[in-house]
Design a protein around this ligand. Structure first.
Ligand code: SF4
Length: 284
């Protein structure tokens, strides 16, 4: 399969220079490659998106997809995976979507180690609604809802997912497509909850290309299996203060998935899979 086979005829309406293009141009070759290699058939892939500029990505990839409501990508993806464990489920979510409205779902998916991939288009601003602050906007951010500057510091989403039990934690940047492809592939192949925060520049409302270009670097000689080292690297940049910004895979761990534990604790229920499917049918 060629990545071009995954294109759709839907006109792309992102602004010129938007970092979403990089995510789109990284995910298509990865999906095409996994299909070509016989690892993940494209018909078994489901893309799930939320609300925001990021969400349109599912219109631009010719694969099964599901648009959800704001902040609810992860519970919908969890349901899809539980109903049919043979599917490869990939969530696309924005920073507002995942870290504000949907933060509780993110924490629980990490804690449960749900076997899905979550890619966050973290532009650190609400772009679709023209420039309000989000949980990862830096202190002093001037936008429509904070004309005098944001008075509180941002969260570090990597640390939150790590503290919640996430088993694959990575960061990419929309000006580094090769790294994005590598990280997306590894995230999809990881068995368990994979979390990738992509510094996706909003060219219109918060253009950080110059700022990031001067500060990002790729993790090398880093052991993602080393918990202490991973934590140290995640804390190197707090999304607020100036400093170097590491990119790559910070942490990975093999652990039982939600599905493994779910089956274990519900093993006495006859035909569990059939019952889950039957229940979910009512919502489709
Ligand atoms: Fe991209 Fe920002 Fe334009 Fe949205 S508003 S499409 S995030 S550049």
């Amino acid at each position: 399969m060629n990545p071009k086979d995954l294109a759709t005829t839907t006109p792309i309406t992102w602004c010129p220079g938007c970092g979403n293009f990089a995510i789109l141009n990284a995910i298509k070759p990865v999906l095409a490659e996994l299909d070509e290699e016989g690892i993940v058939a494209i018909e078994n892939v489901v893309l799930v998106s939320g609300i925001g500029c990021h969400a349109k990505i599912v219109d631009y990839v010719n694969a099964n997809s599901f648009y959800t409501i704001h902040g609810r990508t992860i519970p919908v993806a969890t349901g899809i995976k539980l109903a049919n464990p043979d599917l490869t489920v990939i969530c696309f979510s924005g920073d507002g979507d995942a870290y504000a409205e949907g933060l509780d779902h993110l924490i629980f998916a990490a804690k449960r180690n749900v076997d899905i991939t979550t890619i966050i288009h973290d532009n650190r601003v609400y772009g679709l609604t023209t420039g309000q602050y989000t949980p990862t906007s830096p202190s002093g951010f001037v936008g429509r809802s904070t004309p005098k500057g944001l008075e509180v510091p941002p969260i570090n989403p990597l640390e939150i997912v790590f503290a919640s039990g996430g088993t694959f934690i990575a960061r990419g940047y929309s000006h580094g497509i090769d790294l994005l492809k590598d990280v997306f592939r590894e995230a999809i192949l990881h068995r368990g909850f994979s979390f990738v925060d992509v510094l996706q520049v909003c060219a219109t409302f918060f253009n950080l290309y110059e700022h990031y270009n001067e500060r990002v670097y790729t993790l090398e000689e880093h052991d993602p299996l080393d918990r202490a080292q991973a934590e140290k690297k995640m804390r190197e940049w707090d999304y607020n203060t100036d400093g170097q910004i590491p990119l790559g895979i910070f942490y990975r761990e093999e652990a039982p998935t939600y599905r493994d534990n779910f089956s274990k604790y519900n093993s006495k229920i006859p035909d569990l899979d059939g019952r889950i499917r039957e229940t979910l049918k009512g919502y489709i």
